[in-house]
Structure formats: C-alpha cells, structure tokens
Design a protein around this ligand. Structure first.
Ligand code: ATP
Ligand code: MG
Length: 415
C-alpha cells in the first residue's frame, strides 16, 4: 500500500509544482527543488507527527491508512480497512464531504470516545482539477502548539455539559402524579382531570386557594404529557415587576432597552419551546401584557423586544392562580378573551378542610418525607389519635402547605 501513497504524493507534487513553476518562470531552478522538497517533507512531517493519517478515493473509500490510526479504531491490521467506506472505519469522518465539495476542512475537532482529535482534511486533485480523493491528518499529543486552543475547547465543553445538566434538572418536573396524595372524592376527581389534561394539548387553568397543590399539579401534568422530556419553564407573574415582565416573557434584542443585557435576553416563551410554560399567579398579570399573551397564544409566534426576529414557539400553557379569576374578569381587571382562551381544561384544587379524609394520608406521607430530610437519622414518627383529631378539626387556611409547615415544626421540636 506504501506505493499507492507514494504515487499520490508524487502526483500531487508534480502537478502543483508545475503550475507554480509556470507562474514563477525565470527563477533559479533550485527554487523548484526546494518547493518539491517542501511538499514531500510536509507530508512526511505530518505523517510522523500525526496521530493518524489516511487517504480516501473519490468515493470516500479508504486507499491507505497508517497502523497507529487503524489501531485506534479497533483494527489489528491496516489492510482490514482498505477499500471500506471511510465512515465504516472512522465514525463521524467528514472525508466524504471533502471529496464531494473538493474543499478542505483545515481545522476541525473529531469527537472520540477517549479524547477528541484535531483533524485536517485536504482534497487531492488531478490535472483537470477534479477531486480524486482526500488526505486527512489527525493531530493530538505531538502538536503542543495546539494545547492552549485545546484546553480552552475542553474547558468550554465541560462547562457546556455541566450547564446543560443543571438546566435540564431545573426544567424537569419536580413532582409526578405519584407525589399527589389523597383519596377523598375531591382529590380523586382532581387527579382524574389532571391525568386527562396530561393527554391533551390545550391550555390548563388551575384554580384554588394558596397551598392547595396547584404547582404540584402543573408539574405532574407536564411530567405525564408527551412533552415530559422537553423543558418545563415557570414564570411567577406576581414575583416580577410589571416593567420587566414583557422581556421576561418574550426576550429582548441586544441593547433593546436601557439597562438591557449587552447580549440580549432569551424569553421564557422561547426557552419553553417544545415544552410547557407554567404561568403561576396569572391573575396578577397587567392588562397590556394579557393582550400580548393572547396574541402569542393565537399566532404561536412573537418578536422579542427591539428585534425584527420572529420567533415561533410551540408551547403548551398551564396557568394557575389563587385569585378569584371570574371576579377579576367581572371587575375588568382580567381580559375576558384571555380568560376564555385559558379556561378550557379547568381544574379546581379544593380546600384541605373540604377533604379532611386526606389529612391522615397527607400527614404520614409528609412525616415520611420529613424524617429523611430534617433528621438525617431517618427517625420514624407516628401520630397519636388525639393529634390526628386536632389536625382534622383545624380549618387550614394555608391548606396543604400549612399542614406541611406545622408537621415540620412538630418534627423539629419533638423527640
Ligand atoms: N395532594 C398533595 N399531595 C402531597 N403534597 C401536596 C399535595 N398538595 C399540595 N402538596 C404540597 O403542599 C405544598 C404546597 O403546594 P403547591 O406549592 O403546589 O401549592 P399552590 O397551590 O401552588 O400554592 P400557592 O397558590 O400558594 O402558590 C407543597 O409542598 C406541595 O408539595
Ligand atoms: Mg403555587
């Protein structure tokens, strides 16, 4: 196979040096010699320095490959690779692109199981300029000159992986239907409706007083839907100043408003693309933004503040509020059209005192959870009959959240 390599190298040198010498006619003959030598030694230098060298024909089949490189891909003998498609020998190889386009890929990174390789790929041309093949060099250890670039790349790569992981973590559903405790008629009905909502694509509206489990339901619905592997993005409308809400929702072009991020800002709608956008405390949304939200829900597209870019967003909306939304509509503080748009699958989370039969199961589920969280020892807690009677008699204005806080305090104070 060595002869094949030689032939191609000689041929390349011959054609290139000829054309160069024609342009440089009149220069001392020794210049041609130097040029020839430069070309020849360049190949050998690269071949020596490189982790791998290989050559393909016009159909991207392997013509020649050095032993070191084949070994890296699990071949005991370079002969076994000859004649095969380049991708069958080197997964992710882009040599086919080089022979198809006739254009070099001067510097690229080939991702490998162990460490990535820096690769250079050059087309080989015949006299008529037709691409007859390509040669590739994979560089790694020996080219210390690439180390700064490389360590930078590795660091950025690591950061990217870590960021993606933590984002995915943050945007995944925290609760599932399994976290929803309660077998009272009211709870079973809520659970049934939520399961149904998970199968559908229309907006969901969760109504109910504070601490009744609206957020838990929103997470469970997303987690049980076909969008479960896509992001769940939450906007707490009540927690963001009115002036910033629009940017929070739709994002902004760089420098779109005073004090804007120099790099611009991606809105929650765009972040939630493909997934679910949970609009918590939607009753607190200012009227002008309600109009914009309605338009986005209808058109499924929007423009970030100060940009001419149209963003298409495929987003499923789950909205929740502890406010009396129909009353806000009647007072003109919530748009009727938006209310109807959201009020398709409406789930009413009932007050805890209206489902007192859930209290025991909820209390035990929470004690179980608290015993592992609050006390690392994993102590076991039981409720005495009179304690349970007390819990069931209380009105629970803060609903399930208040029950949890009460038990948490009790766990901390008791032995
Ligand atoms: N059915 C339930 N089973 C188990 N835990 C529940 C249930 N309902 C609520 N909780 C728990 O009670 C707490 C409050 O629930 P959540 O945050 O979902 O309420 P919310 O309706 O969103 O309240 P708010 O309107 O104040 O935001 C959470 O810790 C949640 O896990
Ligand atoms: Mg909530």
């Amino acid at each position: 196979m060595a002869s094949t390599k030689r032939d191609i190298v000689d041929k390349t040198i011959a054609e290139d040096s000829d054309s160069v010498m024609n342009d440089w006619a009149g220069l001392p003959a020794i210049y041609g010699d130097v040029l020839r030598r430069a070309m020849d030694s360049l190949f050998h230098t690269f071949e020596n320095f490189s982790e791998g060298t290989f050559i393909v024909d016009a159909d991207a089949r392997v013509v020649w490959i050095n032993r070191r490189y084949t070994a890296r891909f699990g071949f005991s003998d370079p002969q076994q690779a000859i004649g095969r498609d380049c991708e069958a020998v080197i997964p992710n190889s882009l040599m086919r692109e080089v022979v198809n386009t006739g254009k070099p890929i001067l510097l690229d990174i080939l991702e490998m199981d162990r460490e990535p390789l820096v690769v250079t790929r050059l087309p080989l041309k015949d006299d008529a300029g037709t691409t007859v093949g390509a040669v590739g060099f994979a560089l790694f250890d020996e080219l210390k000159a690439l180390t700064p670039l490389f360590s930078h790349y590795s660091r950025v790569q690591q950061e990217l992986i870590a960021t993606r992981q933590s984002l995915a973590q943050a945007r995944r559903a925290k609760y599932t239907f399994g976290s929803f405790v309660g077998t009272s008629a009211a709870s079973l009905e809520v659970k049934r409706q939520a399961h149904r909502a998970a199968q559908l694509e229309s907006p969901v509206l969760l109504l109910g007083k504070t601490g009744t489990g609206k957020e838990l339901l929103a997470h469970a619905i997303h987690g049980g839907s076909s969008r479960a592997n896509q992001p769940l993005v939450t906007v707490n409308v009540a927690a963001i100043p009115d002036t910033l809400l629009e940017v929070e929702f739709f994002g902004a072009a760089p420098g779109a408003y005073t004090g804007a991020d120099r790099k611009g800002r991606v809105g929650k709608f765009e972040l939630a693309n493909g997934g679910t956008l949970f609009l918590d405390e939607i009753g607190d949304m200012p009227l002008p933004l309600q109009g914009k939200l309605l338009r986005v829900l209808q058109d499924k597209e929007f423009e970030p503040l100060g940009s001419n870019r149209i963003v298409r967003a495929d987003v499923r909306i789950i909205a929740a509020t502890s406010a009396d939304l129909p009353a806000l509509v009647a007072e003109g503080r919530f748009r009727t059209d938006l209310f109807y748009r959201l009020n398709v699958l409406t789930i009413h989370a009932s007050l805890l005192r209206e489902r007192a039969s859930d209290i025991e199961a909820l209390a035990y589920a929470m004690l179980e959870d608290l015993s592992t969280q609050v006390r690392s020892g994993g102590s076991h807690f039981e409720l005495q009959d009179d304690a349970l009677r007390l819990l069931c008699a209380y009105a629970w204005p803060g609903n399930v959240r208040e029950l949890r806080n009460t038990l948490e305090r009790a766990v901390m104070l008791s032995d």
